[in-house]
Ligand binder design. Structure first.
Ligand code: UDP
Ligand code: MG
Length: 333
């Protein structure tokens, strides 16, 4: 029989002191059970990545690690955002694990879906996407904006799995593929499908945030959507070029009309249409320059090749876990 895989569950955490103890207990229960069943290797870990939280998040992670070798921790030097924090965790995990599963700290992703993810991996998938089947627990607003987001992404020609956040299983070689994407403008959900290999989907129901508040307010959500579009496609620039061409054709037709009108002795009327078109074209030009500028900004950020994250400290115990320890929920929280 094949030896069991080492699984690392990677969880980015930003100011999650309210949910972390419970998340840790539930994950330890789950992973402990999987180790006891022999489905994953005893060297498997739950890895929390602290994304520069200003609260007690890192302290909690340190205590968890001390109390139970099942817990590992990565501390970033400052807040770098969800995507970078997740990448940092995955890149550290890649050197220790055979497979990783990434999920949020707030228990919104059904942790029992991990079993099915593992099964799909064993059946040959290198990447298994967790897709939520319902969004009833999200607010009406969040649901609408999310749906609009997927729609815009698709019309922009971006291959993205609908209703998949960052709950996914990735094999070591998929992670090695991911490591080769050096872009600073990071939108993992758009990049992961580019890696290739066999993929599969597992459906689960997304629960409500267990505690604490969303770390993705509207502003960050819009930023992520914008990042997703401009870092993955140049279609907006093409749309602008087409718009420019269209405007040019219309104005050329208009010019012909004006000349004919002039030859017929028509007077200079239509101040309104002149002003309207000046403002119209002016607005379009500003928009076009703005969008092109956005891409130039991206190029600027990419050429500088700044590090995407800096790791301050990594806590990974070399101990093989003792199953009875794993199930000890009170483990020094
Ligand atoms: N997160 C992070 N850095 C940030 C913002 C969020 O690591 O700057 C983490 C957060 O701790 C959580 C995950 O990203 O584990 C998703 O955030 P959240 O649950 O607040 O987003 P939502 O589910 O509301 O979209
Ligand atoms: Mg959440």
């Amino acid at each position: 029989m094949k030896t069991a895989n080492i699984l690392y569950v990677v969880v980015p955490c930003y100011k999650e002191e309210e949910v972390l103890p419970e998340t840790a207990a539930r994950l330890a229960d789950k992973l402990g059970g999987m180790i006891a069943d022999g489905r994953v290797a005893p060297q498997s870990r739950i890895m929390f990545v602290n994304d520069g939280s200003s609260d007690k998040t890192w302290e909690i992670i340190c205590n968890l690690h001390e109390g139970n070798p099942l817990f590992a921790g990565v501390n970033l030097s400052r807040n770098r955002g969800h995507q970078n924090a997740l990448l940092a965790g995955l890149m550290v995990a890649k050197d220790h694990a055979d497979i990783t599963i990434s999920m949020d700290a707030d228990l919104q992703d059904d942790i029992d879906a991990m079993d099915e993810m593992l099964a799909k991996h064993e059946a040959g998938a290198d990447i298994v996407y967790g897709v939520r089947s319902k969004r009833e627990t999200d607010s009406f607003f969040k649901r609408r904006t999310a749906l609009g987001f997927y729609k815009i992404m698709r019309t922009m020609g971006i291959e993205i799995v609908s209703n998949h956040a960052d709950y996914r299983l990735m094999s070591k070689r998929a992670l090695e593929g991911l490591a080769q994407f050096r872009e600073v403008n990071l939108f993992l959900r758009g990049i992961v499908p580019m890696i290739g290999y066999n993929t599969a989907i597992v459906h689960y129901e997304r629960a409500e945030r267990f505690a604490g508040e969303t770390k993705y307010p509207l502003k960050k959500m819009l930023a992520l959507a914008f990042e997703g579009i401009t870092s993955l496609t140049i279609r907006p620039i093409r749309i602008i070029s087409m718009l420019g061409l269209l405007t040019f054709l219309i104005s050329a037709g208009f010019l012909v009309y004006v000349i004919i009108d002039f030859a017929r002795g028509g007077t200079v009327a239509g101040w309104t249409s002149t002003i309207a078109s000046i403002w119209g074209i002016g607005g379009l030009q500003l928009l076009a320059i703005g969008i092109i500028g956005e891409y130039i900004g991206k190029i600027y950020l990419e050429v500088k090749q700044r590090p995407r994250y800096i790791i301050e400290q990594t806590l990974i115990s070399q101990l093989i876990n003792q199953p009875e320890l794993n199930l000890d929920k009170e483990a020094k929280l």
